[in-house]
Design a binder for this molecule. Structure first.
Ligand SMILES: Cc1cc2nc3c(=O)[nH]c(=O)nc-3n(C[C@H](O)[C@H](O)[C@H](O)COP(=O)(O)O)c2cc1C
Length: 192
């Protein structure tokens, strides 16, 4: 299923085509080789002072680590994340080697995620980021060290039939909405 953005002017195809499905096809599995380009794309995101504060921890469905990472998601997210081929969490470093606070750590980690999302789209994969998870459970499940914080969960796989979601199928097919550019873009001064 596609849910292309209805843009006001033409933009890059990958941005038009990217969206966040909840229906993942449980029959189609990704491989390590499928994942490598996604993280290579994340690697080339810009970051404050080139600090590259992002880390990612992932597991394939069927591995014990997948179940442990899944259990850290809130129940409403577990219900659909469980069918993803890969479950990952983005993680941000808090301080540099010299002890300086990395104030843009979540921003930069989000940038890396953005690159990953677009590469995934170009390569035919679907990724649904999610913030509904228990950080402490992710930290415990993945053994994340003390100077790092989980930022977002990522369900990765192939988009599947919305019918997989049962009652949630209608929501899956709802149109995508965005505010107009004029509502968030201000030339020179905030509107009075
Ligand atoms: C940081 C972040 C947290 C999100 N948290 C959740 C979540 O917990 N559960 C969920 O179903 N979707 C979650 N989403 C997906 C958003 O709801 C989705 O991106 C948004 O509705 C726009 O839809 P689109 O990605 O299909 O364009 C999250 C997305 C981001 C970027």
């Amino acid at each position: 299923m596609r849910k292309p953005a209805e843009t006001d002017i033409p933009i890059l195809d990958v941005i038009v085509e990217r969206w966040s499905p909840r229906a993942f096809d449980p029959e189609r599995k990704m491989t390590e080789a499928d994942l490598v380009p996604l993280f290579e794309a994340a690697r080339w995101a810009p970051s404050s002072s080139n600090s590259q504060p992002w880390r990612f921890v992932y597991a394939f469905r069927g591995e014990p680590a997948f179940d442990a990472l899944l259990a850290a998601a809130v129940p409403g997210n577990q219900a659909w994340v469980k069918r993803a081929s890969v479950l990952a969490y983005s993680v941000a470093r808090l301080h540099s080697d010299s002890g300086r606070a990395l104030w843009h750590n979540r921003h930069d980690t989000g940038m890396a995620l953005g690159y990953l999302l677009l590469q995934a789209t170009a390569n035919g994969f679907a990724v649904h980021p999610f913030g509904g998870f228990d950080s402490e459970k992710v930290i415990a499940a993945a053994g994340i060290p003390s100077d790092f914080e989980p930022v977002a969960g990522l369900a990765i796989g192939y988009a599947g039939d919305p019918a997989l979601l049962g009652e949630g199928a209608a929501r899956e097919m709802e149109p995508r909405h965005r505010r107009k550019v004029a509502e968030f873009l201000f030339h020179g001064h905030w509107p009075q």
